[in-house]
Design a binder for this molecule. Sequence first.
Ligand code: AP5
Ligand code: MG
Length: 190
Amino acid sequence: MKNIVIFGAPGAGKGTQSDKMIEKYGFGHISTGDVLRAEIKNGTELGKTAKGFIDNGQLIPDELMIDILASVYDSFGKEHKGVIFDGFPRTIPQAEALKKMLSERGHQIAAMIELFVPEEELMKRLILRGEQSGRSDDNAETIQKRLNVYNTQTSPLIDWYQNEGIRHHVEGLGTIDEIFARIAKIIDNL
Ligand code: AP5
Ligand code: MG
């Protein structure tokens, strides 16, 4: 079982590279952003709460995120090949909660893969996606807020996972396949 945290700033390629990992390794996938967007689409209470935070580029409170995590994880059953955590954890309390939830099941995170992409490129990618897909948080003002939240609340997790001894830094510039080759090398060595 290879549970993996795919980590990086907004637009770093977490979702794109998750798709490649699912295809090659048959992993399960939890994207908390996708979960929240589905809740918004279905008009649930959680969705109504989440929309305000997402459109303002802010994080949803930890308690709400942690509550949904275990049930989504358990939906993959007990004998899976591994689950990719995409967009979770985003704060140190979330990382601690993830570790606890997994250890209660006798599981753990095998690797944290940190995709590093410079801010100008992140902005370029997200503005382009905003024009093409219309994702409501892909406009210059909200992207800047998301980047600020990443830099202040989420990036401390790089050191946190470094201390856990499972952080892997990956250069996130290049073609999708070039970046995936860097990731696959790490996964194959776990
Ligand atoms: P979330 O949905 O997780 O968004 P994000 O982290 O801001 O990141 P993105 O999904 O925009 O980027 P990505 O890294 O997946 O990149 P992608 O592959 O799409 O979260 C959204 C919001 O939900 C948060 O702001 C927060 O409010 C809330 N939330 C979610 N999780 C939470 C949590 N745990 N706690 C609290 N709140 C939470 O690629 C981006 C674009 O670039 C795409 O168009 C893609 O085609 C393109 N691209 C990818 N790779 C390349 C490449 N190599 N070259 C050129 N273009 C590329
Ligand atoms: Mg994503």
